[in-house]
Design a binder for this molecule. Structure first.
Ligand SMILES: C[S@@+](CC[C@H](N)C(=O)[O-])C[C@H]1O[C@@H](n2cnc3c(N)ncnc32)[C@H](O)[C@@H]1O
Length: 266
């Protein structure tokens, strides 16, 4: 992993600080606060936003009167493991859009890594995956989760196929060797009000973390991805949303609640 100073700290303007977990060693919260440059808090603060709870594994917790449950980056999570065990490169719509069933071992840049779940599934299915993530908090959580998964029985092989590059994809993509960016995959944040973005607690947590910072528009991310992918670009969209701004996709693959738009390189 490269230095977190390449990340966009303004992306995490909703992070209020780090709260100690109930059963975690006392020093953990201070270590996380130092790592993220965030305030170390004694208790959950009042008002909106999100905190990082320093427990094992660490959690993002939305604040407020009726908050949803915690969100973790945890590759040993049972739901993620079931998803991984229940799919194949031929069955998984994202893997199909990428063509992983025809070319096992494809080098993919998951350029908006987020909680790392899509990238993890692709690596589990045999792809070589480079994660890029601009949020310093999410990049640190991915780094931590990858290190924990490397020691877990049954997960070590997948971790060997994953690399993390903290930073903005518009800068980092051009620094990766061409052989690592056959396919660039984008899962941009959805504007509030769109179908998928409004529901899950994971999407809510990412929105809270980023506060009012929208980040670059999908069209700008697509242009950067098309400039650097050597074979194709795949963009995840809510099922009924229009494609991101730019040239029309060459074709699309439908998933259950989303679709994957496929573009040729520029
Ligand atoms: C919807 S989430 C991706 C979720 C991910 N596919 C998963 O499976 O967990 C989008 C992510 O893109 C990140 N992001 C937004 N703009 C970015 C940029 N310019 N460069 C890199 N990452 C960016 C956000 O911080 C956020 O974590």
């Amino acid at each position: 992993m490269q230095g977190d100073d390449r990340c966009d700290a303004t992306l995490d303007q909703g992070l209020r600080g780090v709260v100690p977990g109930e059963r975690a060693p006392a020093g953990d919260a201070a270590a996380w606060a130092g790592r993220l440059g965030a305030p170390l808090l004694e208790a959950y603060p009042a008002g909106p936003g999100i905190v990082l709870v320093a427990e094992d594994p660490p959690a993002l917790q939305i604040l407020g009167r009726k908050p949803p449950g915690p969100v973790r980056v945890d590759f040993a999570d049972r739901r993620l493991q079931r998803r991984a065990a229940g799919t194949t490169a031929r069955r998984d719509p994202l893997a199909r859009a990428i063509g992983l069933h025809r070319r096992p071992g494809t080098a993919i840049v998951d350029a908006t890594a987020g909680l790392g779940r899509d990238g993890w599934i692709l690596a589990h299915l045999g792809a070589r995956v480079s994660w890029i993530e601009a949020s310093p908090t999410l990049a640190a959580l991915l780094h931590d989760a990858l290190a924990r998964a490397a020691d877990e029985a049954g997960l070590g092989d997948t971790t060997q196929r994953l690399r993390l590059h903290p930073g903005d994809l518009r800068q980092v993509l051009g620094e990766l060797p061409a052989a690592e960016r056959e396919v660039v995959y984008l899962d941009p944040m959805y504007p509030s009000g769109t179908t998928r973005g409004g529901v899950g607690r994971e999407a809510q947590a990412l929105r809270q973390l980023h506060g009012s910072t929208a980040g670059p528009a999908g069209g700008e991310l697509l242009a950067a991805a098309r400039a650097h992918a050597t074979r194709q670009v795949v963009v995840k969209r809510p099922q009924r949303a229009p494609p991101v701004e730019g040239p029309p996709p060459a074709r699309s693959v439908a998933g259950r609640a989303v679709r994957f738009d496929i573009y040729a390189p520029a």
